[in-house]
Design a protein around this ligand. Structure first.
Ligand SMILES: NC(=O)c1ccc[n+]([C@@H]2O[C@H](COP(=O)([O-])OP(=O)(O)OC[C@H]3O[C@@H](n4cnc5c(N)ncnc54)[C@H](OP(=O)(O)O)[C@@H]3O)[C@@H](O)[C@H]2O)c1
Length: 286
C-alpha cells in the first residue's frame, strides 16, 4: 500500500504521516491545491500512490457560512477533482468528513446508517464532498468529531477546544462553556491509527465513523481538562447556546458511533495522553 496524504501539515495530517511512516508521500497546499485538477494530476502521477487520503478542507465553520463559494470549491469540487484522478489512476480514496453532516436532532449517537441533514454551508459542502468520494470504487468516507491534536487545526489558526481551554486557564480566572452542545472528542493520533487499521484490514468501502469512545458536552470536556491539569480557573455553565446564533445554525448533538468497527479507547484516556504530549511540546518550545 503506497499512501499519499493531502493536508499533511494539518492537525490530522501530521498524525497520519507519523502512522504511515517514511514511505508515505506528504502533500500540502504548497505542493498541490485540490481545487486545481491539472497540477493535482501531475503531482499524483509523479508520486504514484495506490491510496490517497484527503484531510484538506475549508472548515472554519463561520467563515464557510460567509464564503460558501470557497467552502464548495475546496470541500466539494476539490473532492470531485480527487474522484476524477482516483478513477483515472485507479486509486483508493479516503475522504475525511465530519459530524456536521448531521442536524443534531437525535438524542442518541448517529451511526453510519443515519441520514445526513446538514444545517450549514460547511456541512452541506462536506456532504457534497462525500457524494463525490463515494463514486470511487474503493472509497472510505471517514467522519470525525471534535478533533484534538497537538498541532491544532490549521484552518482554525492552529487551535482546538483543548488548546483554547488551556489558554483560558493560563490567562483568565473564569470561563463559561456551553453545556448543551454534545460531541465525541477525538484524539488525532487515535483517528490516524484507526484509519490505517481500516485500510490494512481491507474493510468494505463505505462510510466509517471514527471517534474516541464516549461523549460529552463542551462543559464536561472543559471540566475534565481542568481536572486533569489541576487548573484553578472557575468553570461556569453556559446552557443557553441556541441552534441559531449570529446567523449560523449549528447541530447541538453530534455524537457518533460506529456499527462497523470496535470502539476506540475512551476520550478521557486519550485526553490524558494529549495533555502529556502538549506539556512535553510546550517544554520543548521553552
Ligand atoms: N477539526 C475538527 O474538529 C474536525 C471535526 C470533524 C471533522 N474534521 C475534518 O477533518 C479534516 C482535518 O481537520 P484538521 O483539523 O486536521 O485540518 P487542518 O489542521 O486545518 O489541516 C488541513 C490542511 O489542509 C490544507 N489545505 C486546505 N485547503 C487546501 C487545498 N485547497 N488544497 C490542498 N491543501 C489544502 C491546509 O493548509 P492551509 O490551511 O495552509 O491552506 C492544512 O494544512 C478536515 O477535512 C475537516 O473537515 C475536523
Amino acid at each position: 500500500m503506497k499512501v499519499a496524504i493531502i493536508g499533511a501539515r494539518g492537525q490530522l495530517g501530521r498524525e497520519l504521516v507519523k502512522v504511515f511512516g517514511p514511505g508515505c508521500t506528504s502533500l500540502d497546499i504548497e505542493d498541490v491545491d485540490i481545487r486545481e485538477p491539472v497540477g493535482l494530476r501531475r503531482v499524483l502521477k509523479t508520486c504514484g500512490p495506490s491510496v490517497l487520503i484527503n484531510t484538506a478542507a475549508y472548515h472554519n465553520v463561520p467563515e464557510c457560512e460567509k464564503e460558501p463559494e470557497r467552502a464548495f470549491a475546496v470541500n466539494a469540487i476539490g473532492v470531485k477533482n480527487l474522484r476524477d484522478i482516483c478513477l483515472a489512476l485507479d486509486l483508493a480514496l479516503v475522504q475525511i468528513s465530519t459530524d456536521y453532516v448531521f442536524d443534531g436532532r437525535k438524542s442518541i449517537p448517529y451511526t453510519e446508517e443515519d441520514a445526513p441533514n446538514p444545517l450549514n454551508a460547511y456541512g452541506v459542502s462536506k456532504l457534497a464532498g462525500e457524494f463525490f468520494a463515494r463514486q470511487v470504487p474503493v472509497h472510505y468516507v471517514v467522519r470525525l468529531s471534535g478533533l484534538f491534536g497537538v498541532v491544532g487545526s490549521v484552518a482554525k489558526g492552529g487551535t482546538n477546544f483543548v488548546k483554547l481551554m488551556l489558554e483560558a486557564a493560563r490567562t483568565r480566572d473564569r470561563v463559561a462553556v456551553s453545556s448543551n452542545i454534545f460531541a465525541s472528542p477525538t484524539y488525532a493520533p487515535d483517528a490516524a491509527v484507526r484509519i490505517r487499521e481500516i485500510l490494512e484490514a481491507g474493510l468494505p468501502p463505505g462510510i466509517y465513523h471514527v471517534t474516541n469512545d464516549g461523549a460529552c458536552n463542551w462543559h464536561e470536556f472543559a471540566a475534565e481538562i481542568f481536572r486533569r491539569t489541576g487548573a484553578a480557573i472557575k468553570l461556569e455553565e453556559r446552557i443557553e447556546t441556541p441552534e441559531l446564533e449570529d446567523g449560523l445554525r449549528r447541530p447541538l448533538y453530534t455524537v457518533l458511533r460506529s456499527l462497523k468497527t470496535r470502539p476506540m479507547r475512551p476520550w478521557q484516556e486519550a485526553l490524558g495522553d494529549y495533555l502529556r504530549e502538549e506539556d512535553a511540546s510546550s517544554k520543548r518550545i521553552e
